[in-house]
Design a protein around this ligand. Structure first.
Ligand code: MN
Length: 203
């Protein structure tokens, strides 16, 4: 079965003024849609891989045929990263997490503010295109990572909990070269309920 573009769980303008409607429309409807189409194209002559989930494909990237490994990394990673991204944002988001996630952030980073600063710095300093991620490792500990392009944390044996897309296509229409302003605004739309659910499942 072919991979499908998931519906955006809110309207294009729902994250205004922090993320503008035009960016959301192009980001979801063009960029994400293209990752899905190119992932399916890569898998077209590999019937045995078509029933695998995107999570399994990216976790087992090393076992894929050489001829499609890069395409699955780039387009499959793009598909999964964006699928997580849309769900971990919401209108009326922001604030701080609660429960087990809040406790884990405090014990790992010292405080929520310290975590926020470190995550923002990782996102701002990721050179070129990529993502900043809050992940859970094999010992169920939280950690911050940033990856280039569409590389998935799953390929590095990490479970992605919260990610921020810092490709220019994610912010250029509204923020141009001001990536730090985009990062600062994005905290206002983080869907901590969803992030906490992802953390609970990962641990
Ligand atoms: Mn993107």
């Amino acid at each position: 079965m072919a991979h499908e573009l998931p519906a955006l769980p809110y309207a294009f303008n729902a994250l205004e003024p922090h993320i503008d409607a035009k960016t959301m429309e192009i980001h979801h409807g063009k960029h994400h849609a293209t990752y899905v189409a190119k992932l399916n194209e890569a898998l077209i002559s590999h019937a045995n891989l078509q029933s695998k989930t995107i999570e399994d494909l990216l976790s087992d990237l090393a076992t894929l045929p050489d001829s499609i490994r890069t395409a699955v990394n780039n387009h499959g990673g793009g598909h999964l990263n964006h699928s997580i991204f849309w769900k971990t944002m919401a209108p009326g988001g922001g604030g701080t997490p609660a429960g087990g996630l809040a406790d884990a952030i405090k014990s790992t980073f010292g405080s929520f503010e310290e975590f926020k600063t470190k995550f923002s710095t990782a996102a701002a300093n990721r050179f070129g295109s990529g993502w900043a991620w809050l992940c859970v490792d094999k010992s169920k500990k939280l950690l911050l990572r940033d990856f280039p392009n569409q590389d998935s944390p799953l390929t590095a044996e990490l479970k992605p909990v919260l990610g921020l897309d810092v490709w220019e296509h994610a912010y250029y229409l509204k923020y141009q070269n001001r990536r730090p302003d985009y990062i600062a605004a994005w905290w206002n739309v983080v869907n901590w309920k969803e992030v906490a659910d992802r953390f609970a499942k990962a641990t």
